[in-house]
Design a binder for this molecule. Sequence first.
Ligand SMILES: [Zn+2]
Length: 238
Amino acid sequence: MTELLYYPANEYQKEFDAEVEKVDEEKKYIVLGQTLFYKEGGGQPADHGKITWESGEAKITDVQKDHGEIRHFIEGDIPEEGEKVHGEIDWERRYKHMKMHTAQHIVSKEVLDEYDASTAGNQVGEEKSRIDFEPAEFDDEDLEKIEEMTNEIIEADIELQKSEVARNKLEDETKEGRTNLDLIPDHIDPLRAVEIGDIDICPCGGTHVDSTGELGEFKIVDRRSKGADVERIEFVLE
Ligand SMILES: [Zn+2]
């Protein structure tokens, strides 16, 4: 099992050393003993970056969890099993994802409180992100209100806490409708909890900033209906 070095609260480290535990030359991926590279999941894309070692270097173009392995897909040279490599994540890309993902937590919480709508799905991007709410139907005034509420939390520069919490405790503390805990396999205990001050608590395996003040101005750029009861909003951080 690859140790996840960014977890549960080390999301700002950009470089690391690791040993190659497995190489698949045909599919062009490697498995490392430990990693800072985020694997795609929970609506957050994989980290990109590079690895270097004594006699070569390669780009990391994708990271996926498959068959219980964290597979780093590479382009360039291929290291050997047992090789000591140095990894460096594409920080610009990752930091944008951290900010977007944190914004998504805030908006999901605000919309649940204000409109009783749950987050049915979300996709974080570098430039734009989206969240689907259900059941929901927003008018222009609602969108303005969502922007306003979110920017208030950003301006208040509220600290986040990320820690491992016993599953039953987190189940008790998470507001009904905030997330679907049933989707997380039962054997995963403790869970990683992400708290935004005393505003929100939610289980999440993604990466986030340390304080909401890092996000910049939140702006909704699109809203559309995605079926009878589902509304999608798209947002940017300026
Ligand atoms: Zn998250």
